[in-house]
Design a protein. Structure first.
Length: 183
C-alpha cells in the first residue's frame, strides 16, 4: 500500500505557524510597550510603539490571510488582541473616537477582547487620575451595556473578557466609593 502524505503542505504550514506565532509575540510586546507608555503619559513613545505594532500587525495579517488555517492556531490572536487594546486605549486617552473594527482590519473576537481588556488599563489609569474616575466608570458602563448585546452562548474567550470587564467596573465602583468616603 502506498501513502501520499501532504508533506510540502504540512511543512509550509509549520513554517507559517512558527512565523505567525513569532509575529504575534512581537506584536504583543510592542503593544504592551505602547500601553505602558500611555499609562505614564509618554505619548510620543507610545505613538512610536503603535506605528511599529501596526507594521507588525500588517505582516501578521498578510500571513494569516494567505493561510486561513492559522486562525485555528492558539496564540496567533494574542498579539492582535493586545494591539487592539493599545490602539483603543490611545484613542480613548487622546479623546478621539475609538477606531472601528473596519479601520483596524481585525477579527471580531480580537476586537471585542481588546476592547474589554482596555477596561483593565483604564482602571490602572484612573488610579493615577482619580478626578477622571467617574467619567471613565460611566464609559465602562456604556461599553458593558453594548457588550451585553453580543450573544455569547458558549464558554469562550469573549465570555471571559466580558466577565473581566464587569469585574473591572466593580473594582472602579469600590475605588470611587472609597474616595467619596474620604471626602
Amino acid at each position: 500500500m502506498k501513502f501520499q502524505l501532504p508533506t510540502k503542505t504540512y511543512q509550509q504550514f509549520e513554517q507559517d505557524r512558527r512565523k505567525a506565532l513569532s509575529l504575534s509575540d512581537q506584536l504583543r510586546i510592542e503593544s504592551k510597550s505602547a500601553i505602558g507608555f500611555l499609562l505614564k503619559d509618554h505619548i510620543s513613545d507610545a505613538n512610536k510603539s503603535l506605528v511599529k505594532a501596526k507594521k507588525i500587525y500588517r505582516e501578521l495579517n498578510k500571513l494569516v490571510l494567505t493561510n486561513p488555517f492559522l486562525y485555528s492556531v492558539g496564540g496567533v490572536d494574542v498579539g492582535t488582541e493586545e494591539y487592539v487594546e493599545a490602539k483603543l486605549l490611545a484613542d480613548y486617552l487622546g479623546n478621539k473616537p475609538l477606531s472601528t473594527i473596519d479601520q483596524l482590519k481585525v477579527h471580531h473576537e480580537a476586537y471585542i477582547c481588546g476592547l474589554c481588556d482596555m477596561s483593565g488599563e483604564l482602571l490602572r489609569y484612573s488610579r493615577k487620575y482619580p478626578e477622571k474616575m467617574k467619567k471613565i466608570h460611566r464609559d465602562m458602563e456604556d461599553l458593558y451595556q453594548e457588550c451585553l448585546k453580543v450573544i455569547v452562548t458558549r464558554n469562550s474567550l469573549v465570555r471571559k473578557k466580558l466577565e473581566d470587564l464587569e469585574r473591572n467596573m466593580q473594582k472602579m465602583e469600590e475605588m470611587i466609593f472609597q474616595i467619596e468616603l474620604k471626602q
